[in-house]
Design a protein around this ligand. Structure first.
Ligand SMILES: Cc1cc2nc3c(=O)[nH]c(=O)nc-3n(C[C@H](O)[C@H](O)[C@H](O)COP(=O)(O)O)c2cc1C
Length: 475
């Protein structure tokens, strides 16, 4: 079988993930493995996609091989998927799967992203391998890798693929974006009232007076980060309405205008100092401009089940802040054009990002149902959260994610010095072994509960004892 490995790591030949595939190649000499260095070569591939086309045409099994980057795939691989789609190549007769390495921090959203995009490409999909970055170093990890390929090839021989979990662009009625020159941005299947285009894009809000810059409240300022292109008539109108109805001043930053030199290279130059190797000034721009605001909103149109590869580059480049939750306490919000309610993975991702970062997700306004009401509600909620500094407790998505970070940073504290300092300063090393008083108490209770006569006498006193400190609070 011709197996094509799409190496999405920007580290190219030094990729850990690639080494899992190289290991599999050695174990399966009966199959032909071919490699395409998508990560390091993305700029060349953008100019000339023909080497990729040729490799894709010959492949029987396509393997997306990548490190998980900020909940998804690296921006370079994301861009490659856009190019695959734009190529119009017919993938019938082929199949796809994936191999990732990571610390399992949101590997699920990355895998689902690949799966959903395979559905768009009409590429039959088989479950991938999500390995820890060190798995290949252990006997167990190597066995899991070969077991996975055995299973995958068995499934493939039976042509038993995963049923697509998303509606493809065809099924939802195509791209919801408005083409310039066309009259109205009608979104199929949605009852959305049409948002006027650029000529008349400020829709009167509930309080017309509050829309003028002079009458904005002082003291706080929000920012909307967007990747607007001229075709984004609807999204532009959504941003304009938000700015108009929001009671505070709101800056709009278009990352299409930012001169990114490229996606994160995973060089770890930033690990100790926080300084990125690229000289495009993104780290200062992020810290000195975007993060200076009291609320951060993102405005995008759904593309390829995500925010698009430009936003992915923006996200990956935030690695200059390592794993530090530097915007903790700042409310987040989103303005989304497209069928958000149908994008299960994207919804999980936006919530998880806010959860892990310690940001209150004030809301997601979409153009699916009642766009004007959605935007007004979001504006009011962001303003409330800014004023009251509303920060609800983290749920499983945030607590679980932070546990992975905690363990990782502690282990890598010699290298990730800026992260280590931050985690110490913010009490984020919440290891259970530090709670020695609780541990001792549990030994005592355990010993008591093991003694039948004490246990009998204690009876309901156990829960009475446990509720004691809580009762004290009420007193
Ligand atoms: C920019 C960046 C973002 C990352 N994001 C994640 C993540 O979201 N989840 C995770 O578990 N690991 C994350 N990692 C760790 C990598 O996935 C991990 O180190 C991987 O094994 C590297 O593989 P490679 O050598 O093939 O590039 C990230 C690393 C970098 C550099």
């Amino acid at each position: 079988m011709n197996i094509l490995i799409l190496n999405g790591s920007p580290k190219g030949g030094n990729s850990i993930t690639l080494h899992t595939c190289l290991y599999l190649e050695k174990k399966y000499p009966e199959h032909t493995f071919r490699y395409l260095n998508v990560g390091p070569k993305i700029k060349q591939l953008e100019k000339n996609f023909s080497p990729a086309l040729e490799a894709l045409r010959e492949a029987e099994l396509i393997v997306f091989c990548y490190p998980v980057y900020t909940f998804l795939v690296p921006s370079q691989l994301h861009r490659f998927i856009e190019l695959m789609k734009a190529s119009g190549l017919d993938f019938s007769g082929k199949a796809a799967t994936q191999v990732s390495t990571s610390k399992h921090f949101y590997d699920i959203t990355a895998h689902r992203f690949i799966e959903d995009n395979c559905a768009d490409l009409a590429l039959p999909y088989l479950d991938g391998l999500s390995a820890d970055m060190d798995d290949i170093l252990s006997e167990k990890g190597r066995r899991q890798a070969t077991d996975w390929l055995d299973f995958t090839l068995w499934k493939l021989s039976r042509r038993e693929f995963r049923r697509p979990l998303v509606q493809t662009p065809d099924q939802v009625g195509g791209d919801a974006r408005v083409i310039p020159g066309s009259s109205t941005p009608v979104i199929p299947g949605s009852s959305t009232p049409v948002i006027p285009g650029p000529d008349d894009h400020v829709i009167p809000g509930p309080d017309r007076e509050s829309q003028s810059a002079a009458s904005k409240k002082d003291g706080k300022r929000a920012v909307i980060v967007t990747d607007l292109v001229p075709e984004d008539v609807t999204l532009k109108a959504m941003i304009d309405r938000f700015v108009a109805v929001f009671p505070y001043a709101c800056d709009v930053i278009n990352i299409q205008d930012f001169p990114f030199m490229g996606g994160c290279l995973s060089c770890f130059s930033c690990a100790a100092t926080g300084k990125c190797v690229y000289k495009d000034g993104f780290d200062e721009f992020l810290r000195g401009t975007i993060h200076k605001h009291d609320a951060i909103l993102y405005a995008f149109r759904i593309k390829d089940h995500s925010m698009g590869s430009r936003f992915k580059m923006y996200d990956d480049r935030q690695f200059c802040n390592g794993h530090r939750t530097v915007t903790m306490g700042t409310p987040f919000g989103y303005l989304v054009e497209g069928h958000y309610s149908k994008e299960e993975n994207l919804r999980l991702l936006l919530e998880a990002r806010a959860q892990v970062g310690g940001n209150f997700l004030a809301g997601v306004a979409t153009d699916e149902f009642d766009v004007n009401k959605d935007i007004d509600t979001l504006a009011a909620t962001v303003a409330y959260a800014m004023e009251k500094q509303y920060t609800p407790p983290q749920n499983f998505l945030g607590v679980g994610g932070m546990k992975i970070f905690r363990d990782l940073i502690y282990m890598m504290r010699g290298l990730m010095r800026a992260d280590h300092k931050f985690f110490k300063a913010h009490g984020q090393y919440d290891f259970p072994q530090k709670k020695w008083k609780t541990s001792l108490m549990m030994y005592l209770v355990g010993w008591m509960m093991n003694n039948p006569s004490i246990k009998r006498k204690a009876g309901a006193k156990m829960s009475e004892g446990m509720i004691g400190p809580y009762k004290k609070i009420l007193e």
